[in-house]
Design a binder for this molecule. Structure first.
Ligand code: SDX
Length: 436
């Protein structure tokens, strides 16, 4: 834990009244509710903290993921992301994120068996997916289908029954790849390829995506491992936008399917997990290294964002981006080099030397290189946020479970600063009401 003094007392003087207040500092924070005692009169509501987009607000205590944005540190349950990416499998990491400890041999076998045997979805799910337009974005299918799963597992509302809760968690981890692959197969007009329980988590997903007439699909081991690492890198990221959505919806005691659908909807936004798709579109729009200076000029004019750059927390390199660049080398040895990589590398080089980006501490984030790998692996661009969602489901569920079991938490219901019309009345002659 950081050595800086994390507790003490904040002495505050309100110059509106001259009164002073002692506000306790715990774990490097003050409780916003302790500001309410600061009033100008007995009937005053008391002071609020105003923090649009929660730039400086901790919403919870968590033991799941630690990030140090200045040092480029990311740890799941205390383990550095670099070690997990190099030595663990996604299912081991998902177990770690969900349970707090890495599984021992027996636990891993049981966990793998559970997930493997819950990869099928109800046959009616196919009818549901078939109902989407042929060019429906896969994320629209994923969000809707995950929500629909709650209608198949009505016991999922028993969120405080540990066995029921754990079973839904296994089902979601197991079925996200199936739903993602089925959405892809629907979009391409291919028949649904059922899960193959002989394959690994990542291998089974590749099989459901790529299988055609062969009796059983055997994924390339390099691509299978690369995808497993990418799932690990995306597994959790503390209180990001979609985790916040997961916790907020979960705080109303909605079931895990509804909460996950809300989180996936938040992830789909182009400023969040939808960025990997936008990065590819950006690189394709740039088209060649010669066009980079013009594009950068438009970004600096504020006309465009440099997709895949910048981060709310990382003000240094996103450690995941560094690992993804290494994964890219392995993938390209199998798939051939993606020509867009040259544009990405030159864009990165220019941006990291340019004052506009340096002064704003804009570095490549996890989404900058992942899309280049996904495209080289043959995934269509619209599938990229789905790949993010598959890995992140473990983190969403861990955040959701930690939130509903946290005795300090209640239903999420922020306050506001009302700045609208104070009070006004309808015209006394109601008949003139229509001609305001
Ligand atoms: C993810 O939170 C997480 O942990 C998310 C994530 C996870 O694992 O869950 O890490 C995954 O979502 C990564 C981020 C993917 N998004 C993108 O790559 C989209 C492009 N990035 C930006 O939209 C932006 O950087 C954000 C949304 C990621 C962060 O935005 P912030 O923290 O609100 O920063 P900001 O918008 O206040 O920007 C500060 C300044 C602004 O300029 P000024 O108004 O000061 O002049 O930097 C500029 C911004 O305009 N800026 C950019 C930029 N990002 C910020 N300018 C150009 N291109 C960019 N990408």
């Amino acid at each position: 834990m950081p050595e800086t003094p994390n507790s003490g007392v904040l002495h505050v003087t309100d110059d509106r009244t001259g009164r002073t207040y002692d506000i306790p500092i715990e774990d490097g924070a003050i409780r916003a509710i302790n500001l309410r005692q600061i009033k100008v009169s007995p009937d005053d509501f008391g002071l609020l903290s105003y923090d649009p987009a929660f730039l400086n607000t901790a919403s919870c205590r968590s033991t799941i993921t630690y990030i140090d944005g200045d040092k480029g540190i990311l740890r799941y349950r205390g383990y550095p992301i670099e070690e997990l990416a190099d030595h663990a499998s996604f299912l081991q990491v998902a177990f770690l994120i969900l349970n707090g400890e890495l599984p021992d041999k027996a636990e891993l076998e049981a966990w793998t068996e559970q997930v493997t045997h819950h990869t099928f979805v109800h046959e009616n799910i196919k009818k549901f997916i078939d109902g989407f337009h042929y060019d429906a974005h896969p994320m629209g299918i994923l969000v809707s289908t995950v929500a629909a799963l709650s209608t198949f597992y009505r016991e999922s509302k028993g969120i405080f029954d540990q066995d029921k809760r754990k079973l839904q968690i296994v089902r979601l981890i197991a079925k996200m790849p199936t739903i993602a692959a089925f959405a892809y197969r629907h979009a391409t007009g291919l028949p649904y390829a059922y899960p193959d329980n002989e394959l690994s988590y990542a291998g089974n997903f590749l099989s459901m995506m790529k299988k055609t007439t062969e009796w059983s699909y055997r994924p390339d081991p390099v691509l299978e491992h690369a995808l497993d690492v990418l799932f690990i890198l995306h597994a959790d990221h503390e209180q990001n936008c979609s985790a916040n959505a997961m916790r907020a919806v979960g705080s109303s005691h909605a079931d895990p399917y509804m909460s996950t659908a809300a989180a996936a909807a938040a992830l789909y936004g182009p400023l969040h997990g939808g960025a990997n798709e936008q990065v590819l579109n950006m690189l394709q729009d740039i088209g060649s290294i010669d066009n980079i200076p013009d594009y950068i000029a438009r970004v600096k004019k504020g006309e465009l964002l440099l997709m895949g750059f910048g981060h709310r927390v990382y003000k240094n390199f996103d450690p995941r981006a560094k690992i993804i660049k290494k994964v890219a080398d392995d993938v390209f040895k199998v798939t051939g080099r993606n020509p867009l990589l040259d544009i990405a590398l030159e864009l990165e080089r220019i941006a990291l030397e340019d004052e506009y980006f340096v002064s704003r501490k804009l570095y490549p984030n996890v989404d900058f290189y992942s899309g280049i790998i996904y495209q080289a692996m043959g995934f269509p661009v619209e599938m990229f946020p789905m790949l993010f969602a598959i890995g992140r489901t473990a983190g969403w569920l861990a955040q959701w479970e930690e939130g509903i079991l946290d005795a300090e938490q209640k239903i999420a219901r922020p306050r506001q600063l009302y700045v609208g019309e104070w009070l006004r009345h309808l015209p006394s002659d109601a008949s003139s009401f229509g001609d305001r």
